[in-house]
Design a protein around this ligand. Structure first.
Ligand SMILES: NC(=O)c1ccc[n+]([C@@H]2O[C@H](COP(=O)([O-])OP(=O)(O)OC[C@H]3O[C@@H](n4cnc5c(N)ncnc54)[C@H](O)[C@@H]3O)[C@@H](O)[C@H]2O)c1
Length: 332
């Protein structure tokens, strides 16, 4: 398949590009590099620097590269910023996705894979989280993702477009060979922050609250290895052959880890101490978020291969050791 990967120079997109190649597909990347890294994409992959909201440019690209499926990873994803500057999020995550879908219609491309998020559920009523839980996002970031899901449903009904929306829990780790990995700026994800604290790249990690109703008082989250996440995206391709397919899947391992468990696991993997302090709770952080991925497992024949948090962290550690300055490091 000829697959357009939008946001393919970002963390998740770049790992998907590699897996597409390994599975015998032909990925083409579109990224405006606002956050992504040109070096995260191998030189043999066609790369277009541009914006997903540039309709005429995207129509041309879809036609020129004979694209059959679009995978859309490009979004802004800082929850706090989305509260302070919601229009920035409605513009990039929702409005530009609307123009992208219009471009796809114009070019006659009707298969779509979308990065949604567990943040589209807000504060869930029960754990583990199944797809049928009510979605009540509590910030503009989660709302923009839910709005795209709603728009996709309408497009499936009206135009016979087929799509899969994956609600990710916490993407973690790096490619097993350590050549590509996570390099966000600013970084807000726990595992890279704990590794940086262990390496002395930052003074101290702050744990936001230790008085939650969880076994050790810190928040529980579901960390899924990046390659497991990407494999599910490719496993869905067959199902997208059905016109009007409207598919939703929660992707996690179903086994949560607390913040303190992550810190301890980072210490075991790296052999280094993670300096940390306990700070106040952060507004809007639910005590626990973890997935029931049974639907993806049953329908896609997919199963996470990484079920052990230390094994996930070990892949991140390999990347960070080899690339102390992320993609700014000298790459092999
Ligand atoms: N990382 C996680 O744990 C996580 C969890 C849930 C959902 N998600 C979602 O997964 C997707 C990918 O996340 P990530 O961590 O890889 O993010 P990322 O920032 O590393 O990658 C996003 C990429 O999209 C590009 N981009 C942004 N806006 C663009 C635009 N208008 N046109 C073209 N390119 C644009 C950026 O340059 C970047 O390369 C996002 O949609 C995010 O909301 C991520």
């Amino acid at each position: 398949m000829n697959v357009l990967v939008i946001g393919g120079a970002g963390y998740i997109g770049s790992h998907c590009v590699r897996q597409l190649q390994e599975a015998g597909h032909r990925p083409v990347v579109l990224d405006n590099l606002v956050f992504g890294h040109r070096k995260a994409v191998a030189p043999d992959v066609s790369f277009y620097e541009g914006d997903l909201g540039d309709r005429a440019f995207v129509v041309d690209l879809l036609r020129k590269e004979s694209i059959e499926i679009v995978m859309h990873f490009a979004a802004f994803a800082y929850v706090g910023e989305s509260v302070e500057d919601p229009l920035k999020y409605y513009d990039n995550n929702l409005a530009r996705t609307t123009y992208l879908l219009m471009a796809m219609r114009e070019a006659g491309v009707n298969r779509f894979v979308f990065s949604s998020t567990c943040a589209s559920f807000g504060i869930p009523e029960r754990m583990p989280m199944t797809e049928d839980l009510p979605q009540k996002p509590i910030n503009p970031y989660g709302q923009t993702k839910l709005d795209v899901e709603t728009m996709l449903k309408a497009c499936a009904e009206a135009y016979g477009m087929s799509f899969a929306a994956f609600r990710y829990f916490n993407a973690a780790g790096a490619a097993e060979d350590g050549r590509i990995g996570e390099d966000h700026n600013p970084e807000t994800h726990l595992i890279p922050l704990a590794i940086w604290a262990a390496q002395g790249k930052r003074d101290q990690l702050t744990v936001f609250g230790d008085d939650y109703p969880t076994p050790d008082g810190t928040c529980l989250r579901d960390y899924i290895h990046i390659d497991d996440l990407c494999r599910a995206h490719i496993a869905v391709f067959d199902k997208l052959k059905t016109p009007g397919a409207a598919l939703f899947y929660n992707l996690g391992t179903g086994t949560p880890a607390s913040v303190l468990e992550i810190i301890n696991a980072v210490e075991r993997v790296t052999g280094l101490k993670v300096p940390y302090r306990i700070g106040p709770r952060r507004a809007g952080d639910p005590p626990a978020l973890y997935a029931d991925s049974g639907k993806a497992q049953r329908e896609l024949g997919w199963k996470p291969r990484f079920n052990d948090i230390e094994a996930i962290i070990a892949t991140a550690w390999k990347w960070h050791q080899a690339h102390p300055d992320g993609y700014g490091s000298k790459l092999d």
